[in-house]
Design a protein around this ligand. Structure first.
Ligand SMILES: [Zn+2]
Ligand SMILES: [Zn+2]
Length: 296
């Protein structure tokens, strides 16, 4: 009998021990922050600043809104600095991140989605990263999903040297403030940002409200919206993926949108895409949501 396999199941990915062990080490390192010997207020301040730089400017602005969805144009210096900050979030290099996220949009909440919510909250949150996952991309598939990045020497450099760059940052932090700076500025900052990013895939595909008909399970979840730099307004995002603005109603606080508006004023960002009133009305689940955005 001839076996027929779909493109997705033809190449089952093995459980990733490297990722699993790496995540375990980072979480154990972060737990050391509870020991008083590693505590200092400057270390906490460093972690908060690095969290915002790597999460807000790096992951939300660069990796997600700029690189994955091309929802705006950025000046080269801003693009390169934000891309480096995203790489320092240690969520995979920019090429892997963008390719994986584009696949999530192509197969949202269905077979082929790398973190399909129908396989459970735990799976969508973190298990998809280290358990056997046929829907996760192999490196030789990145070119199909993110060809322009695979052909860009800067992003290839960031992809290749993501871990050495992190080690370099750790050495710099150690030189500046000893182990408290390393525990808080590297381990705590990375782990907290991991969970904040992962909540977009788990909580914002599970809990919250839906403003737009998207045909998937994406939701607008207010507490993820606040923590994840506006990325938790995820039903809005799946409805209008190329919109640079994710918080669409007046109370949907979107800190990345504030950054984008500031960059626009400084003429460092332009061609910023947002949905038209007609686009909003076409997908609105109820008339109450149709005309609730304020002009950007
Ligand atoms: Zn999603
Ligand atoms: Zn997206």
């Amino acid at each position: 009998m001839q076996e027929t396999l779909s493109a997705e199941t033809a190449r089952p990915r093995q459980r990733s021990y490297t990722t699993g062990i790496g995540l375990a080490i980072l979480h154990l390192g972060a737990l050391l922050a509870f020991l008083p010997v590693f505590f200092s207020w400057p270390a906490v301040a460093l972690a908060v600043a690095a969290f915002w730089l790597c999460g807000g400017l790096g992951v939300a602005l660069s990796f997600h809104r700029f690189l994955t969805h091309r929802s705006l144009k950025l000046s080269r210096p801003v693009e390169y600095v934000a891309g480096l900050l995203g790489t320092l979030a240690l969520q995979g290099g920019p090429i892997e991140w963008v390719a994986t996220h584009r696949k999530h949009h192509a197969f949202t909440d269905a077979a082929g989605d790398p973190h399909n919510i129908h396989r459970g909250i735990g799976w969508a949150h973190v298990e998809w990263l280290y358990r056997a996952n046929a829907d996760r991309l192999a490196p030789d598939e990145y070119a199909r999903w993110a060809p322009e990045l695979v052909n860009d020497p800067y992003y290839r450099f960031l992809e290749r040297f993501a871990v050495p760059l992190q080690l370099l940052l750790a050495v710099a932090f150690f030189a500046l403030g000893g182990w408290p700076f390393v525990i808080w500025g590297i381990f705590v900052r990375i782990v907290v940002l991991y969970h904040v990013t992962w909540l977009v895939n788990s909580a914002s595909h599970t809990t919250g409200y839906r403003s737009y008909r998207t045909g998937d399970r994406s939701t607008n979840c207010w507490w993820v919206g606040i923590m994840a730099f506006g990325e938790g307004w995820h039903n809005n995002h799946h409805a209008f993926p190329s919109s640079a603005r994710h918080g669409l109603r007046w109370f949907e606080f979107d800190s990345t949108w504030l950054v984008i508006r500031m960059l626009r004023r400084l003429r460092l960002a332009w061609e910023i895409k947002t949905p038209t009133p007609e686009m909003l009305a076409r997908l609105a689940v109820s008339p109450a949501h149709k005309q609730t955005t304020s002009p950007g």
